[in-house]
Design a protein around this ligand. Structure first.
Ligand code: HEM
Length: 489
């Protein structure tokens, strides 16, 4: 009996040793890896950002953790992230292919596509299409201004009252990208837009949440009816809508005279014929969803953060308004070019983006070949987590890393300067492809609203809570704002 127990114990220990995931030779260091669980117990599944910071303090700017049996390398700090994503851009430009987000989006689209010719072709197409987006009434700028009119109407109806701006900003950002993609906008109470915004915001939380972490770590639970299935349902719902938009465009388009992104894509498909091109209808429907998803939650959460801070730093709000009044004196509306004459407003918008830290862990990357970083060896196919938060408040990179202060972006002469560590859009070949559109939206929306209204923190709202809710995007906690028409108007 005694011998059997000893033998059994030896077997258990042997199995544990076999199951234990090990770091490959010269792999970045990290906490002790437990069998099966890896380092999951080290991380808060609700919000691991503080844990990532704690581990950085112990192991340095490049360390590894195991998500279940899967090793991942977390990269921190400006120098390290630039070295990986820019200097060794191609080595680090892959995307992992076996996560919940890949399965739920059927490996189509551009955000999660792995590095290779198809991703390159699709990305180049989007960058060019967004850049050449028509002139005059059809321009990106005018499409944004069209939408701002509706936001202004909503706000005008709320003068003197306190309102929750969350849905309004989400709908505005969603409508702008809808206008760019397929030339449609929806009323703010339209059921279609409510469904899309709901699906996207839910998926942004699921994708980085505890159930995604369990799905990614333990393949054997993937077919079980657990809460992560909601992510698949949400994608299906949106996909049906995207297919209907595409079909409608196929019927009404005039080839060679594109009205919007979808028409440009259909024109491109005509050109491609049936060769080995990556342009297809299935690809287009997921592309629509990708751009809509990437362009909605990010921009709207940045705007929400902006107004949260501006209400609670009224002297900064007033200084923006002074500059806006001076520069726009006699003009009907702001234009993107006015950015050059508004250094303070530029500094405020950049500072908002810095503290908003909207996509704190970027989108996960993956190594495309065996490579090295800061003297460590990282094999091909390793999951890479770029911790952008660690750069946006990195000591030594900012004059005031831990406070909301536009001086972070101003020099002694009051001119706008952009420190190298400003990377809310990430860096390198996978860097956000909507940066130009996002920056134009943030500027035109904030300037137009601040020109007309004064935003006040309601007297009965208590102390503001600046701590955001964690997800793929960080979201400010729900809040209300009070509005007054500005006297200058
Ligand atoms: C304030 C707003 C925004 C922020 C902070 C933001 C941030 C980011 C970040 C951090 C990434 C990951 C880059 C990487 O993997 O290294 C990304 C990727 C991406 N973003 Fe944005 N984004 C914003 C707005 C937009 C908009 C408006 C669009 C739509 C046109 C967009 C489209 C994309 C796409 C398609 C990708 C994937 C690029 C690729 O994998 O090649 N983003 N964005």
């Amino acid at each position: 009996m005694f011998v059997s127990i000893i033998l059994l114990l030896i077997c258990v220990v042997f199995i544990i040793i076999q199951l234990k995931s090990r770091r490959p030779k010269n792999f970045p260091p990290g906490p002790t890896v437990l069998p099966i669980l890896g380092n999951l117990l080290e991380l808060s599944l609700e919000n691991p950002l503080n844990d990532f910071e704690r581990l950085r303090k112990t192991y340095g700017n490049v360390y590894s953790i195991f998500l279940g049996p899967k090793p991942a390398v977390v990269i921190n700090g400006m120098k390290t992230i630039k070295e990986a994503l820019v200097t060794k851009g191609v080595d680090f430009a892959g995307r992992p292919q076996d996560l919940l987000v890949n399965d739920s989006t059927q490996r189509k689209g551009v955000i999660l596509a792995d590095y290779g010719p198809s991703w390159k072709e699709q990305r180049r197409f989007a960058l060019m299409t967004l850049r050449n987006f028509g002139m005059g009434k059809d321009s990106m700028e005018e499409r944004i201004h069209e939408e701002i009119k509706y936001t202004m109407d909503t706000l005008e109806k709320s003068i003197g009252q306190s309102i929750s701006p969350r849905i309004m900003f989400h709908n505005a950002a969603s409508n702008i990208i809808c206008q760019v993609l397929f030339g449609i906008r929806y009323e703010y109470d339209d059921e279609v837009i409510k469904v899309i915004v709901q699906c996207f915001t839910e998926n942004a939380k699921i994708a980085n949440g505890p159930w995604a972490m369990l799905y990614d770590s333990f393949p054997m639970i993937r077919s079980l009816p657990l809460p992560f299935r909601k992510a698949f349902k949400n994608v299906e719902t949106c996909q049906k809508l995207a297919i209907s938009w595409m079909n409608e465009h196929k019927q009404t388009r005039v080839p060679g005279e594109p009205r919007d992104f979808v028409d440009c894509y259909l024109d491109r498909m005509d050109k491609a014929g049936d060769d080995q091109s990556s342009f297809s209808e299935a690809q287009l429907t997921m592309y629509i969803l990708d751009l809509h998803f990437a362009g909605t939650d990010t921009t709207s959460n940045t705007l929400l953060t902006g107004f949260l801070y501006l209400m609670n730093y009224p002297h900064i709000q007033e200084r923006c308004q002074q500059e806006i009044d001076e520069v726009l004196d006699g003009k009907d509306q702001a234009s993107a070019e006015d950015r050059n004459s508004m250094p303070y407003m530029q500094a405020v918008i950049h500072e908002v983006q810095r503290v908003a830290n909207t996509v704190p862990l970027s989108v996960f990357h993956c190594t495309t070949k065996d490579t090295e970083l800061m003297g460590y060896s990282i094999p091909k196919g390793t999951l890479i987590i770029p911790n952008l938060s660690s750069v946006l408040n990195e000591e030594g990179q900012w004059k005031f890393p831990n406070e909301f202060n536009p001086e972070n972006f101003l020099n002694d002469q009051g001119e706008f300067v952009k420190p190298e560590a400003f990377m809310p859009f990430s860096a390198g070949p996978r860097m956000c492809l909507g940066e130009g559109l996002a920056r134009m939206e943030l500027f035109l929306i904030m300037v137009t609203l601040l020109r007309k209204f004064k935003f006040l923190w309601p007297e009965d709202a208590g102390e503001p809570d600046f701590t955001p809710v964690y997800g793929v995007t960080l979201t400010p906690k729900p809040y209300r704002m009070k509005l007054q028409l500005r006297e200058t108007n």
